[in-house]
Design a protein. Structure first.
Lengths: 135, 136
């Protein structure tokens, strides 16, 4: 596991929380010295996953971790919910696939915006999405 | 309830998005704009997003939907002022905003609107001139 220099947790229960998560991720990305483009990518990825947590996961939490590995700095976001889970993760990752009202770009799109993307989902238990981006 | 203001300028409606929009506010704007296009008989909509520091798939879809709905209501939409970092992220996310016309700033956006509406008027007139008994 990468060394965590600092961490915080936020609720992701409603659409106002999605805005607050975006703002927090922006602040932390700036603190980690991300370029404007990298900040924008991280905030956008966070927005996609936070919305999924609210809409499909029935709400949950996000843990924000500032990573510091020698000279390397990064940011990790761990979104967790205890919703119904995703029955077919491969299908859900596919661009254009959506069970809801969205565009179906959320999961696949978020994966392209970060360096490391992990998803762990169990039907009936919930979903955990981990996004990591390095400076 | 919180709302994004819509200004009227001649035949055009002007919207400047200056807040970090939550999803409901975006839906509200979509509704407000379509009813204003009909009520004011607007021919063009200009949406300034220069203050937006991200456009995710939801906001991207809202912009595309507004463009589509206004087209059906016989109005043109131009989105202006997208920040370069937002544009880079949007394309990487997988959204190309197909069907949404863009311009660098408000001034160029206005020119684009005026031009396209002028072209349209001209095309309609030219068509009428070709019609039966249209000789003058």
């Amino acid at each position: 596991m990468d060394p965590v220099a600092k961490a915080d947790a936020l609720p992701v229960r409603g659409e106002t929380d999605v805005v607050l998560v975006r703002q927090a991720v922006r602040t932390w990305s700036v603190q980690q010295g991300f370029t404007l483009v990298d900040q924008t990518k991280m905030v956008t990825a966070a927005s996609e996953i936070a919305r999924n947590t609210v809409l499909y996961g029935g709400g949950g939490t996000v843990r924000i971790e500032a990573l510091s590995d020698g000279g390397r700095k990064g940011l990790r976001l761990v979104f967790e919910d205890h919703g119904p889970g995703i029955p077919d993760v491969d299908l859900a990752m596919r661009d254009g696939y959506s069970t809801g009202t969205g565009l179906g770009m959320g999961l696949g799109g978020a994966r392209r915006l970060v360096n490391d993307f992990r998803i762990d989902s169990r039907p009936g238990q919930g979903t955990k999405v981990t996004l990591t981006r390095w400076r | 309830m919180e709302r994004i203001p819509i200004l009227r300028m001649g035949n055009f409606l002007l919207v400047t998005i200056q807040v970090d929009m939550h999803d409901r506010l975006a839906m509200q704007l979509q509704e407000d704009l379509t009813s204003r296009i009909a009520k004011d008989q607007a021919r063009g909509v200009l949406i300034d997003i220069s203050a937006l520091d991200i456009v995710d798939s939801f906001i991207g879809r809202m912009l595309a939907d507004i463009a589509g709905m206004s087209r059906v209501l016989d109005a043109q939409t131009v989105v202006v002022g997208m920040q370069p970092a937002v544009a880079i992220t949007l394309v990487e996310l997988g959204l190309s905003l197909r069907g949404v016309r863009t311009a660098l700033d408000v001034e160029r956006g206005m020119q684009l609107l005026e031009q396209s509406i002028g072209d349209q008027t001209f095309a309609t007139r030219a068509h009428e001139d070709d019609g039966p008994g249209g000789e003058s």
